[in-house]
Ligand binder design. Structure first.
Ligand SMILES: Nc1ncnc2c1ncn2[C@@H]1O[C@H](COP(=O)(O)OP(=O)(O)OP(=O)(O)O)[C@@H](O)[C@H]1O
Length: 267
């Protein structure tokens, strides 16, 4: 029987519980079968990348986790709050940057604090100066930071990112990668990143999954030891940091909690 469960009130999970659990998820549009018997588990704090060719069903799967797409067959359970950022920032042009972020809290218990929380989250994504700006005054990278702030402001247990960097230039994309890693460390949320970009997935995620013509290809599931992530490989870390500095991209500062993270997902 089809089931979609979202439980945003759950806060007392045991560490072994899942933030998302998908079983035998099938989705068709007319005669086109998009998702076929898809299973997926996401653990708290885990960074999962979902790779696949265009049209294989990645966004459909992600939308079902947000509740934006129905689940006609199978089970999709999400425990905790979700935040989502898409390829296009999807900001309301008639609302200020602050209002765009605060909107995510309009129907929550945080409603009265929404503007203050929006300002705090905008500071976290490096947009302290832009609270009162209009979306049309922002660069593509800044608009995507606002979209990230809107996804984060409710402090979600699961952050869903649907190719959020693919329309950005290469340097802005690197800055956004660094920002997402910093935010992920700070907030300890799980992330599901949908991407076409294998290097991006290798650089960011703990675990890579491949969706192939609507089927989860578990033969290609890869767990990446944290020390093997591209930006931290000792042989390239130095030169890479120098090049980024030369190009004006601030390198990621060392992570004081690295030891705490390094066990998770490591082989
Ligand atoms: N609302 C819809 N109505 C009809 N067909 C749809 C709908 N949403 C998605 N599809 C179809 O489902 C298939 C999978 O779409 P989906 O957007 O999930 O793929 P994707 O892997 O995310 O692709 P891309 O990487 O290009 O974004 C496509 O053939 C698409 O045309």
């Amino acid at each position: 029987m089809a089931r979609l469960t979202t439980d945003p009130t759950t806060t007392d999970r045991r560490p072994t519980d899942l933030v998302a659990r998908v079983r035998r998820h099938n989705r068709s549009f007319g005669s086109t079968h998009v998702l076929r018997e898809v299973d997926l588990d996401i653990r708290p704090g885990e960074f999962v990348a979902l790779l696949g060719r265009s049209g294989c069903g990645k966004s459909t799967l992600l939308r079902s986790l947000t509740g934006l797409d129905p689940v006609p067959a199978g089970e999709v359970e999400v425990h905790g709050r979700t935040g989502v950022a898409f390829q296009e920032p999807r900001l309301l042009p008639w609302k200020s940057v602050r209002e765009n972020v605060a909107l995510a809290l309009l129907n929550t218990e945080q409603r009265d604090r929404r503007h203050g929380l929006a300002d705090e989250t905008l500071a976290e994504v490096g947009l302290t100066e832009k609270h009162d700006a209009w979306p049309l005054q922002l660069s593509g990278g800044q608009a995507q930071r606002v979209s990230l702030a809107r996804a984060l402001v409710s402090n979600p247990e699961l952050l869903l990112l649907d190719e959020p960097f693919s329309a950005l230039d290469a340097l802005t994309r690197i800055e956004m990668h660094q920002l997402v890693i910093e935010l992920w460390r700070r907030h300890s949320m799980a992330i599901l990143l949908v991407t076409h970009d294998v290097d991006e997935a290798l650089a960011l995620a703990d675990r890579l999954l491949v969706l192939d013509q609507g089927r989860m290809s578990h033969a290609w599931e890869i767990t990446i030891p944290r020390s093997d992530r591209a930006p931290s490989r000792p042989e390239i870390a130095g030169p890479r940091a120098e090049i980024l500095t030369a190009l004006g991209v601030k390198p990621t500062p060392p992570n004081p909690n690295r030891a705490a993270h390094s066990g998770r997902g490591a082989a």
